[in-house]
Design a protein around this ligand. Structure first.
Ligand SMILES: [Zn+2]
Length: 195
């Protein structure tokens, strides 16, 4: 993974396959920040936040604390392969972040919760918000793909809504749609649609 504005390739996975190592330390200073407050978060295993890049050696139009909107989770800070850069997985876009009754909600977290109900769901979701956000009045409208053999759809809908309320602490209004009906993306799925 890299960044079109900074450098094409700065992150790569080693044979341990536990996230992508930061490989650009000689040309880029990389920080992780809280996307809401801007507070810098030390790259410890398990922390999440937004990647921010500062160019160390570019003389023409250097990027200074450039916010990538890449929402990442740190997977490890030491690795048996010997590379010293910390490892991440990119789990979404911070500009997707929504605020529902004061609670920060990441669409990727909603997808993770829905995915736990596989094979009754495919794991694909699409959140629909009126206007641009990030503040959205509850309940949050979410389209969810049911599985190939979903059983009773009204039971499944209630199960998903209850799970979201328990795990993510906000009310959702789920509409079940057939498997394969939501758009698929190769890279960085778009999980929010303005309607
Ligand atoms: Zn490694």
């Amino acid at each position: 993974m890299g960044n079109g504005d900074m450098m094409g390739l700065m992150w790569g996975e080693c044979e341990a396959k536990n996230g992508m190592h930061f490989l650009g330390a000689d040309t880029c200073h990389c920080e992780i920040i809280h996307p809401g407050t801007g507070e810098v978060i030390a790259p410890e295993t398990g922390v999440e936040g937004e990647l921010v890049y500062t160019s160390l050696n570019r003389e023409c139009q250097p990027l200074i604390r450039f916010r990538t909107r890449d929402h990442v989770r740190v997977t490890q800070t030491q690795c048996g392969c010997g590379r010293t850069g910390f490892c991440i997985r990119c789990i979404g876009r911070t500009d997707d972040m929504l605020i529902i009754s004061g609670v920060n909600v990441y669409p990727s977290a909603v997808r993770d919760v829905v995915s736990t109900l596989a094979p009754d769901t495919t794991g694909e979701i699409l959140i629909q918000i009126p206007g641009q956000g990030p503040s959205v009045a509850p309940p949050l409208k979410i389209k969810v793909e049911h599985g190939q053999v979903p059983g009773d759809l009204s039971l499944l809908k209630n199960k998903i809504q209850t799970l979201i309320r328990e795990k993510l602490i906000f009310p959702a209004e789920v509409t079940l749609v057939p498997p394969g009906s939501l758009p698929r993306y190769e890279y960085k799925a778009r999980l929010v649609e303005e309607v």
